[in-house]
Design a protein around this ligand. Structure first.
Ligand SMILES: Nc1ncnc2c1ncn2[C@@H]1O[C@H](COP(=O)(O)OP(=O)(O)OP(=O)(O)O)[C@@H](O)[C@H]1O
Length: 751
């Protein structure tokens, strides 16, 4: 019996010790937990016919807003066709993560917003046995992707909805223009028949001007009507296209702003920006082309075929044999060019990325005197790009030359066979003219439809790429969840294990336990790569743990509103605070857009920043440049500190407008500074830290000796925890780190 009681007591003591071990500073426990001529008489007519046909071949009614219609553009149309057939096939890797457990919550909930997260498999298991983490294996914890179940077609139809009426008018006008195009060759044939009749009679006066007036008037009317339709559909299509692109860009940007931090770990900024710019542009152009060229060319094609059959079914048979063969050969050659072009395009992108990297990091390039090397790398990539594009250009040249030969061959074939029919009086010269014009109309329609085909493919893939990002749901929503009142700033990491989604094979935090009591300062130190910054990232909820919980005042932070958590509760100053390209004033005001100038200046004063800011010629209106490059590191940090708070003295009295976080995370905040700047920054930080729970991540151990508690992070765990003196007395890893650093400092001094 005594033995049983003794074992039970021993187990109880061990449990208490384990809990005490990760409390900082060591003391009481938290109460909460959770969670595209024949007859000589007719020669003049045929000449007129050829001229008309050639006119039609080399011109167009206009347009689809994409300017693919005159001689020059005819050739650029072919190029556009070939180019348009490129289908960049990009399939993206995904990222994502976990979601909250819902359990009992303490009662200081201020308000609640709907939580949008979807539980992942990892979370489901986590929810089942919240604290039984010991039983869990850490395999299979790679985050799943959360997607909105909506097809791209459905999405784009919905996006078009506000402009449906305008689009309907544009479609009707485009259709009207196409009908006019089908009518024009027939009216031209009527006119030609009149002229040929007079020529055939050998009496050029047999046809009076009055006889010519009616068909001429009809032609003028239809030309005018067509011009009107063209104006309407191009203008409206342009309007609808631009509005659609705008909505698409806004939706995409909105979605990107809300993606998980893990998404940005996995995707290059350049790639994301391409979707926002080039892909939206491609989608818009293709959309406009489908409506204009598609509808016009389709209607023209069908109308012209009917016209051909009406004029001469035998002559039409000749075309039916020739045209498909030519189109087929063109398609095969086109696919080869397409592949070549895709290669050339990606090479251009590689060259651009090389330049972007070098120019974006110009300071590093300059510092290492690597200009020549970067030039050599860029030259190599540009050379490859040139070679591929020269081959592509030659291919396009061959394609276009053969195309022109084929098209001219068709004209000759129709003239020859048609001429025979005219000599045999099977058809009239006017009919032959109409036939030629309609043939050209068919050719033009077919070539535009093939361009359109490429554009459709390209537009669809661009649209799909854009939609892919839009339908991606962040696993950590930006808003949603509860906000608390009267937060005291009690932080607890309970059995937290973590892997970065981009590197799931590496366990970064391994069942880490840590408790920071309200109003105290915890300093985290330890070897590089141990997991210190990761602890801060989890506290900011940039990521969710794969196992375990991060608790704030007893609430699992997955149940809290992330926007409230980051915007109000936690202040985060990292080693390289990033400023926006605006003025100093706007940067300090960033957290609270409604702060007055007086409040901003007070905050700057408290952050030891007012002095240097006033020394700038433009004072608070000084522009800090991209990412804040025109101010020094120490100045940048003090601006970042001023951005964090105004009630530096712990009172909320006069200036409580700027951000006033209850919890502060200082990630290497003073590590990049000289002694004088560090002193100024440290003073500002000391003021800012008053009355808050602070987690400091530092390498220089001398700066953290006064911390209420020091935690040594190693291999994703807290291996030592306590006050400076205690840890020194323990003669463990901390004392070793301190001694090594002292040695380094004295070595540096003696040199
Ligand atoms: N975004 C990320 N994606 C993948 N792995 C990451 C990411 N950030 C950090 N890591 C890895 O996680 C581990 C812990 O990194 P962390 O930045 O937390 O360490 P640290 O202790 O703060 O190091 P240091 O003192 O050098 O800043 C490292 O191995 C690092 O390579």
């Amino acid at each position: 019996m005594l033995l049983v009681v003794a074992v039970a007591r021993l187990q109880q003591q061990q449990q208490q010790q384990q809990q005490q071990q990760y409390v900082c500073p060591p003391a009481a426990q938290s109460q909460h937990r959770n969670s595209t001529y024949p007859s000589i008489a007719a020669t003049a007519t045929v000449a007129t016919g050829i001229a008309t046909a050639m006119y039609y071949y080399y011109s167009d009614d206009g347009s689809d807003g994409n300017n693919d219609n005159n001689d020059e553009n005819q050739s650029s149309g072919w190029i556009a066709w070939i180019r348009s057939l490129f289908v960049p096939a990009t399939v993206l890797a995904r990222a994502a993560a976990a979601a909250p457990n819902e359990e009992d919550q303490p009662s200081n909930v201020k308000y609640q917003v709907n939580v949008e997260t979807k539980p992942s498999s990892a979370d489901e298991s986590d929810a089942d046995d919240n604290n039984d983490d010991d039983d869990k294996t850490l395999s299979g914890t790679r985050p799943t992707v959360a997607l909105v179940d909506e097809s791209p077609t459905m999405f784009f139809l919905k996006l078009l909805l506000p402009d449906l009426f305008l689009l309907a008018i544009a479609v009707a006008a485009s259709f009207g223009s196409a009908i006019c195009n089908v009518r024009i060759p027939l009216l031209l044939g009527d006119l030609a028949n009149l002229v040929s009749r007079s020529a055939a009679d050998g009496d050029l006066t047999s046809v009076s001007i009055a006889d010519l007036q009616l068909p001429a008037l009809r032609l003028i009317s239809i030309y005018t009507l067509q011009a009107g339709f063209t104006f309407i559909y191009i203008t409206l299509l342009s309007l609808v296209g631009e509005r659609l692109a705008e909505r698409l860009r806004l939706r995409l940007f909105n979605s990107l702003l809300r993606q998980d931090v893990a998404f940005f770990d996995a995707h290059r900024t350049g790639e994301v920006l391409t979707r926002l710019t080039a892909d939206v542009q491609d989608f818009k152009s293709s959309f406009k082309m489908i409506i204009s060229t598609g509808l016009r060319s389709g209607t023209q094609f069908v109308g012209s075929v009917v016209a051909l059959l009406t004029i001469s079914s035998r002559l039409t048979t000749v075309l039916v044999i020739i045209i498909p063969a030519i189109v087929g050969a063109g398609a095969i050659f086109g696919s080869v060019l397409r592949r070549l072009s895709r290669l050339a395009q990606s090479q251009v992108a590689i060259a651009a990325a090389t330049a972007e990297e070098a120019l974006g990091n110009i300071r590093t390039v300059r510092a290492f005197a690597m200009e020549d090397r970067e030039e050599a790398v860029f030259t190599r990539e540009v050379d490859r790009s040139r070679s591929l594009n020269v081959i592509l250009g030659a291919g396009i040249g061959v394609f276009q030359a053969v195309s022109n030969l084929a098209i001219n061959g068709i004209v000759l074939a129709v003239l020859y066979v048609g001429g025979t029919f005219v000599v045999n009086r099977e058809i009239t010269a006017g009919n032959l003219t109409s036939f030629l014009v309609a043939t050209q109309s068919i050719q033009r329609s077919l070539s535009q439809l093939s361009i359109l085909f490429g554009a459709v493919v390209r537009g669809m893939s661009a649209g799909a790429r854009v939609h892919e990002y839009i339908r991606l749901q962040p696993t950590i929503p930006v808003r949603g969840g509860i906000s608390l009142d009267n937060v005291v700033g009690d932080i607890e990491f309970r059995n937290v294990s973590f892997r970065y989604p981009t590197r799931p094979e590496q366990l970064v935090l391994d069942q880490l336990n840590l408790r920071v009591k309200p109003g105290t300062v915890l300093a985290l130190c330890g070897a590089s790569g141990g997991g210190k910054s990761t602890i801060a990232a989890l506290l900011e909820r940039f990521y969710d743990p794969v196992l375990g919980q991060v608790l704030l005042d007893g609430f699992d932070i997955r149940t809290l509103d992330p926007s409230w958590l980051r915007g109000e509760l936690i202040g985060y100053i990292n080693q390289e605070p990033v400023l926006f390209a605006g003025s100093i004033r706007d940067n300090i005001r960033y957290g609270r857009p409604n702060a007055t100038d007086a409040e901003i200046e007070y905050a700057a004063l408290q952050a030891n920043a007012d002095g240097f800011i006033r020394n700038f010629p433009n004072g608070y209106d000084t522009i800090v440049g991209e990412r804040g490059v025109t101010v020094s590191g120490g100045q940048r940090q003090r601006i970042a500190i001023a951005r964090q708070g105004s009630n530096f003295d712990g009172t909320k009295s006069t200036f409580a407008i700027l951000k006033d976080p209850k919890i502060l995370i200082l990630d290497e905040a003073t590590s990049a500074l000289d002694a004088q700047s560090e002193k100024l920054v440290q003073e500002a930080l000391d003021r800012l830290m008053k009355g808050r729970t602070v987690v400091v991540i530092a390498h220089r151990l001398s700066t953290i000796q006064r911390a209420d508690c020091i935690g040594v992070v190693y291999g994703g765990r807290i291996v030592e925890l306590g006050r400076h003196q205690e840890l020194m007395a323990r003669k463990g890893l901390y004392s070793e780190l301190v001694q090594r650093q002292m040695q380094k400092e004295s070595d540096a001094k003696s040199h």
